[in-house]
Design a protein around this ligand. Structure first.
Ligand SMILES: NC(=O)c1ccc[n+]([C@@H]2O[C@H](COP(=O)([O-])OP(=O)(O)OC[C@H]3O[C@@H](n4cnc5c(N)ncnc54)[C@H](OP(=O)(O)O)[C@@H]3O)[C@@H](O)[C@H]2O)c1
Ligand SMILES: [Zn+2]
Ligand SMILES: [Zn+2]
Length: 326
């Protein structure tokens, strides 16, 4: 990654120009930097957890929106494919933009986005505090919806990072009981403070056996995989209840392997969750504004010190997000 001066974008018809005030560093950034995730666009400004202030509006946009504080929805779908027609822009066949993925994102002073992607942010939520809403919280809302987490379910959250903190809280809002799994005590304590019903220390305890014990032998009705290494995927499969749903949110270099007989005898489902819809982002903003979901920000850094944030994330030294303040 390089820090450089580039021309500020101009808002086109229907766009807003957002002066970025906070941009969270997601673990996905590390997948871009390692080359595991390669969407074929370079150079590119990363950053998809974007908060800022509308500085200017393009033609056709209500000029009264100037000055509005917003969170940016990072997908911009074609509007006419079957997925878009269902409101599922995260699955669009012909994306117009995906900020921080294939379109310039929030690790910059300015980002240009369609006006409808600029979701108003209530005054009570601070800029840095709001940054993780744009991916971590809204990804959790989407994944919990997709897995149909319900009343009384046992939900294992494998990986107590920023998305995991969102999942623990959103799963509990659906009436489920959440088990956070991680290696670092400080992150597990944070998960507990956010409402986790139980925590399991990976690397010290047999994770799958411990989840079986906590759930009275039943196993987890839903496992959210945020790590997805060979070791964690094996444990995830072993902790899954009958009719359990193993949902991939995170990934690593490792491939997933399972014998179908295990799925067959328990009627288990393997699924995956990507991104979120605009409606889910709006809901995520409401949940944080109402104090029903809290975000966790480890530190805020000026844009020029982006590398410190990336390095701290890679080293496993953060509890929650590092947020850049351009
Ligand atoms: N599908 C989507 O839409 C979507 C959206 C956002 C993110 N993601 C992906 O989801 C994953 C998580 O993202 P994030 O931003 O939440 O990352 P993060 O903040 O770095 O959290 C990941 C957590 O996993 C834990 N972990 C790592 N290895 C572990 C192990 N062997 N056993 C147990 N826990 C382990 C780490 O805690 P300890 O070191 O304490 O164990 C870390 O806190 C990433 O792969 C990211 O790319 C996907
Ligand atoms: Zn992300
Ligand atoms: Zn589309």
């Amino acid at each position: 990654m390089r820090y450089e001066e580039i021309p500020a974008p101009e808002p086109g018809d229907g766009d807003v120009l957002v002066r970025v005030t906070a941009a969270g560093i997601c673990h996905t950034e590390l997948h871009f930097l390692s080359g595991l995730l390669d969407l074929g666009v370079a150079p590119l400004t990363l950053g998809h957890e974007i908060v800022g202030r509308i500085e200017r509006v393009g033609a056709g946009v209500d000029p009264r929106r100037t000055g509005e504080r917003v969170v940016v929805y990072y997908y911009s779908g074609c509007g006419s494919c079957p997925s878009c027609l269902r409101g599922e822009e995260n699955l669009c066949d012909a994306l117009r933009a995906e900020h921080g993925f294939v379109t310039d994102g929030g690790f910059a002073e300015y980002v240009r986005a369609p006006a409808r992607n600029a979701v108003p942010l209530p005054a009570g939520v601070g800029d840095a505090e709001a940054a993780p809403i744009g991916c971590a919280v809204t990804t959790a809302v989407h994944a919990v919806n997709l897995a149909r987490v319900g009343l009384g379910d046992w939900v294992a959250v494998y990986g107590a990072g920023a998305v995991g903190f969102g999942l623990v809280q959103v799963a509990r809002l659906r009436g489920a009981r959440a088990i956070a799994i991680g290696r670092t005590p400080a992150r597990l304590e944070a998960a507990r403070a956010l409402g986790a019903d139980a925590v399991v220390r990976a690397g010290v305890e047999d994770v799958a056996a411990r989840v079986r014990e906590i759930t009275g032998g039943r196993g987890a009705d839903v496992v959210f995989e945020l790590v997805a290494t060979r070791e964690t995927m094996d444990a995830s499969a072993r902790m899954l209840a009958k009719r359990g749903r193993l949902v991939f949110v995170g990934y690593s270099e490792d491939a997933f392997q399972i014998h179908p007989i295990q799925l067959v005898v328990g009627e288990q489902v393997v699924a995956a969750s990507v991104g979120n819809t605009l409606a889910e982002l709006r809901l995520a903003v409401e949940l944080v504004a109402a104090g029903r979901v809290r975000t966790v920000v480890d530190r805020t850094l000026p844009l020029a010190r982006f590398q410190e944030g990336i390095d701290a994330l890679a080293a496993g030294g953060l509890v929650g997000r590092a947020v850049l303040a351009p």
